[in-house]
Design a protein around this ligand. Structure first.
Ligand SMILES: Cc1cc2nc3c(=O)[nH]c(=O)nc-3n(C[C@H](O)[C@H](O)[C@H](O)COP(=O)(O)OP(=O)(O)OC[C@H]3O[C@@H](n4cnc5c(N)ncnc54)[C@H](O)[C@@H]3O)c2cc1C
Length: 293
């Protein structure tokens, strides 16, 4: 399979990239690592006339922490996120998602912006980003706007970004106090495969009484977009964290998913695995929250 013909642009700043996307609105597509886009172009699923590469924009690759906020440039590679001590400490579930994604070769090219921009329901990074309440910094010639990641996904391959807009960064308010998170994914194989189910959970405890103050559970691969589980969250909030409570939350998460059947697994299997992964990621989140005590 060979790539179709296209014009190639290599801006060196975010504003130049925005300028190009506005000038060629409707016929240009952003290219980051290319691990999703170039595959789709080879398969003739997509045929953009122009590619605007983000690979020569240093400001897109910054990963830094300031004033309690983790700023991850959209061009940060999945390898960089997987290896970051800052991410491991402040957003451990995101680090786990990064380490679960693809293979070393894919992780070296793939970016966080591309993982979000591709809007695949089974993508590895969105569930953790959702439970951390991450906000996307979107840039265009019109300026900057910020959008909670939960409002970004509109369907498989569909997003709330305007045609000329790019994700410049992902911002996470670093959880303070007794908070923890977990992420797990399940595929037919350990790597190089699409997830059957992937789940992230987040818990924030009231330090003294060990009551759950905030809870977020996000389910991947079991709907047209990554989903929050409001029923599981409602079961958890205000309660003491126990195994029995996590069983109830896992049952509730199963009710909130809308799994499809395909060659990787039946809808029933996926629903069962949502329960298993929800319970396990809640246990991981609790262990991390308690370790901050
Ligand atoms: C063999 C193989 C294994 C894979 N395994 C996994 C896996 O285990 N888990 C997983 O989640 N994914 C997997 N993928 C899919 C892919 O690697 C990831 O989604 C990756 O993160 C995409 O990032 P990228 O930088 O390569 O994006 P690209 O391919 O460059 O772009 C993907 C899409 O996002 C858009 N985009 C890119 N950057 C931005 C931006 N800054 N703002 C707005 N839109 C943008 C592009 O226009 C395009 O539509 C795999 C792919 C392959 C080929």
């Amino acid at each position: 399979m060979i790539l179709p013909k296209f014009e190639f642009h290599e801006p060196t700043s975010i504003s130049d990239a925005c300028e190009l996307m506005a000038r060629h609105r409707g016929e240009a597509r952003l290219l980051a690592g290319g691990t999703d886009l170039l595959v789709n172009m080879k398969k003739k699923v997509l045929n953009p006339k122009r590619l605007v590469s983000l690979g020569r924009i240093p400001e897109l690759t910054q990963v830094e922490r300031s004033n309690g906020t983790l700023w991850i440039g959209a061009g940060a590679t999945v390898s960089a996120i997987a290896a970051s001590a800052m991410v491991a400490r402040d957003a451990s579930a995101l680090g786990l998602g990064a380490r679960a994604l693809g293979t070393p070769l894919i992780r070296n090219l793939a970016t966080i912006g591309g993982n979000i921009g591709s809007a695949r329901p089974a993508a590895d990074l969105p569930p953790a980003l959702i439970v951390y309440g991450a906000v996307l910094v979107l840039r265009s010639v019109a300026g900057e706007r910020r959008l909670p990641i939960g409002e970004f996904f509109k369907g498989p391959g569909l997003t709330a970004a305007h045609e000329d807009e790019l994700i410049a960064a992902v911002v996470i308010q670093v959880p303070a106090g007794y908070a923890g998170a977990g992420y797990l994914n399940l595929g037919v194989r350990k790597a190089q495969d699409c997830n059957i189910v992937n789940v992230a959970s987040y818990l924030e405890l009231d330090g003294r009484a060990e009551v759950i103050r905030a809870a977020r559970v996000a389910l991947g691969s079991v709907g047209p977009t990554p989903l929050r589980s409001p029923s599981a969250e409602a079961v958890l909030i205000g309660q003491k964290p126990t195994e029995a409570l996590f069983d109830l939350a896992a049952d509730a998460a199963q009710r909130d998913c809308m799994p499809i059947l395909d060659f990787r697994g039946s809808a029933e299997y996926r629903r069962d695995m949502v329960g298993v992964l929800a319970r396990r990621t809640l246990t991981m989140a609790l262990a991390e929250a308690r370790s901050r005590n």
